[in-house]
Write a protein that binds this ligand. Structure first.
Ligand code: ASP
Length: 343
């Protein structure tokens, strides 16, 4: 007889788990003990579903690296017991948490599917019901006793995406997430269509959980008219280890000498500066234009086609590993969890 598939559902907070308080009419998180009353369809799954709720529940705007660690530890503790994990999370910072988890969970060989919703489960027109039910189905999918999606991903409104390729791009449409630089892992319609050759392969090695996320990082978004004081005050933050420089187009920045001199000064002091484009789609190509050639010469690291969310969490993870500068720079150029396109 086939063994029953077991999934751990981790509820962290966010809109999905809300219902309208009948007395006040305002939204409040519902008690997951009553989840089968809220979504009776869950009873029809032939999987063993267990629930873990964060205490307190967190609106995802309040998510911190410490919560990512909590999440990673829950998965680590339950890794052998369950076949897969579904994480219910607010959509606002879901791409950050899910990207972070992708780096923290090395040798992940089981699905970790994040989902949430734009409308609460307790609202008639909710998108949460479909997102939740399909996320369960995706996390349970396996072939020859091997999970079909052994990676951290986000399921939202018909699409399963690699977590560290996503960004929230719409605050009100049901399809709130995009994966601009990588194909979706599965399309969900009448059928669940897996894009198998885009899904990471399991390596069957032992899970290693990295918990040392170093937040001594900053993001500096360029804009026409940015002043010396702004650039200097960000790059000069005492103790700062890395800055994501959000550049224009394919990684371009002003060529004014004061700007380049500040970047050079702090790079020489050991600050890592990573070039990530403000454009959602496409890649940084340092050296394509004169306006990025200088950045390359100074030693700015190209973030290529990484999202800001992936770059930020990858940097936090690598800083926490205490690598030599040479190694840090080399690994920023490698794909660790499919977060960057390397040819
Ligand atoms: N503010 C909510 C959150 O991110 C929005 C959502 O769940 O979609 O927690």
């Amino acid at each position: 007889m086939e063994e029953q598939i077991s999934l751990l559902i981790i509820y962290t907070g966010g809109t999905i788990g809300m219902i309208k308080d009948p007395q006040t009419g305002s939204l409040r998180p519902f008690n997951f003990d009553g989840v089968y009353d809220q979504i009776p369809e869950l009873k029809r799954f032939h999987y063993q579903l267990e629930f873990y709720c964060f205490e307190p529940l967190i609106d995802s705007s309040d998510m911190q690296p410490a919560h990512w660690v909590e999440l990673a530890e829950i998965i680590e503790k339950n890794y052998e017991t369950f076949d897969g994990f579904v994480v219910l999370h607010g959509s606002d910072t879901m791409a950050y948490t899910a990207s972070a988890l992708s780096f923290m969970l090395e040798n992940l060989n089981k699905p970790v599917v994040f989902t949430g919703s734009q409308l609460p489960l307790g609202v008639l027109r909710t998108d949460g019901r479909e997102n939740f039910i399909t996320a369960i189905e995706l996390a349970a999918a396996s072939e020859d006793n091997t999970p079909l999606i052994p990676e951290v991903c986000i399921y939202f409104e018909n699409q399963l995406m690699r977590a560290n390729r996503t960004m929230k791009y719409n605050a009100e449409n049901f399809n709130a997430f995009v994966s601009p630089n990588y194909p979706v892992l599965a399309d969900v319609g009448v059928y669940l269509k897996y894009n198998r050759h885009h899904i990471l392969k399991p390596n069957f090695k032992k899970l290693r959980v990295h918990k040392n996320m170093d937040n001594r990082v900053a993001i500096l978004k360029l804009f026409p008219g940015i002043s010396k004081e702004v650039v200097e005050s960000i790059l000069g933050i005492p103790g700062l280890q890395a800055v994501i420089l959000e550049t224009f187009g394919s990684g371009n920045a002003p060529t004014e000498s004061w700007f380049l001199e500040i970047l050079e000064k702090y790079t020489e002091k050991g600050l890592y500066i990573i070039n990530v484009s403000q454009c959602a789609a496409g890649t940084v190509e340092q050296g394509k234009y004169d306006t990025s050639l200088k950045l390359m010469e100074i030693g700015i690291i190209s973030g290529r086609d990484m999202t800001t969310e992936a770059a930020l969490t990858k940097i936090m993870y690598l800083l926490g590993e205490n690598l030599s500068p040479g190694k840090f720079r080399a690994i920023m150029n490698l794909s660790l969890r499919g977060e960057i396109t390397v040819h």
